[in-house]
Ligand binder design. Structure first.
Ligand SMILES: C[S@@+](CC[C@H](N)C(=O)[O-])C[C@H]1O[C@@H](n2cnc3c(N)ncnc32)[C@H](O)[C@@H]1O
Length: 307
């Protein structure tokens, strides 16, 4: 099967890799499923625990609000404790092909959740990637739904415990950042990175370009959505953020892949920056949204003010 560049396909992004040539890509930039069961496509384990599938009686009763809170992190059963390991296995399904299709010195830049990103790191390291850095995307807005434990005791009529635990919550702190894992495919043994850059046009990073997005050349990227940009996908990423990452790692006309492209944010950023691109998603809805967004008139670099 031949995939034509500068397109998005309704296709499994893991199986599609088999059809991509060795050392053909300069960058894989992808916001992969985090494996936390946020949506149906994000359930990457065999656990039939109904809470993890978003289908417990309490979740069904409370509807979307409860579902959006994510699933418990308690690991109360043996099966729950398998979930992180199954996420590693899922990442291992595609890690080898990612290494194969990237050029030496090419980057794989991956959004992975805070809870299981270590499993993604281990899977990619185990096939030969180097973890170069971990960046933080600092979001403008982050939902914070940790419940006050005192309210639970009040409802139970347990005034003593409600007072004792006043100010305490169950759940997590406000999730203000998301990790961005930056991997590189190692260059030739015995060579230098400077040689690799001459041979493959890839391997260094563009600090000057980053400074057009960020005040400092640091690994914390603050970025929100432009007006009317969000709402296309439940885990959408800002185009501007994807642009910063593409400009950090590639030059014009180089080839960028997003095998889990959702509403196409990576692809739109690549198009705006005159990079070649290819995207896959298993959802027809999101592939259609990506196509529509790619057809919109293309401004060049977006305003840099809010990153
Ligand atoms: C985290 S979302 C990406 C959202 C994207 N960054 C955006 O801005 O819209 C991950 C996407 O991966 C897709 N997906 C899950 N498994 C897949 C697979 N095996 N092949 C291709 N796409 C897949 C889901 O449908 C989902 O849209």
């Amino acid at each position: 099967m031949k995939f034509v560049r500068n397109n998005v396909y309704l296709h499994d992004g893991i199986k599609a890799l088999k059809h991509l040539e060795d050392e053909s890509l300069h960058l894989i930039l992808s916001d992969i499923p985090y494996g936390i069961g946020a949506e149906e496509w994000d359930v990457l384990h065999n656990n039939t625990n109904s809470a993890y599938l978003g289908k417990s009686p309490a979740q069904e009763k409370a509807g979307a609000v409860f579902k959006k809170r994510g699933k418990p992190i308690n690991g109360w059963s043996e099966a729950d404790r398998e979930i992180p390991k199954q996420y590693y296995e899922w990442c291992s399904l595609w890690a080898k092909d990612w290494l194969r299709i990237l050029k030496p010195g090419g980057s794989a830049v991956v959004f992975a959740g805070r809870r299981f990103s270590h499993r993604c790191i281990a899977a990619l390291e185990d096939v030969g990637f180097n973890l170069k850095d971990m960046l933080a995307w600092v979001r403008e807005r982050a939902p914070h739904r940790a419940q006050r434990i005192s309210l639970i005791y009040e409802r139970r009529g347990d005034e003593y415990s409600a007072k004792k635990w006043s100010g305490w919550r169950v759940g997590n702190l406000k999730p203000s950042f998301e990790p961005i894992l930056w991997f590189v495919k190692p260059y030739k043994i015995g060579g230098t990175l400077a040689d690799n850059v001459l041979e493959h046009d890839i391997g260094a990073f563009n600090e000057s370009a980053l400074l057009e997005y960020s005040k400092k050349p640091e690994n914390i990227l603050k970025c929100g959505f432009l007006p009317n940009e969000s709402g296309k996908h439940p885990t959408q990423k800002p185009i501007k953020l994807m642009q910063a990452l593409i400009e950090l790692t590639t030059i014009e006309n180089q080839f960028v892949l997003d095998p889990f492209c959702g509403s196409g944010s990576t692809l739109i950023a690549a198009k705006k920056l005159n990079r070649e691109f290819l995207g896959f998603d298993i959802s027809e809805e999101y592939v259609n949204i990506s196509k529509e967004r790619l057809e919109e008139p293309c401004q060049q670099r977006l305003s840099l003010s809010s990153i």
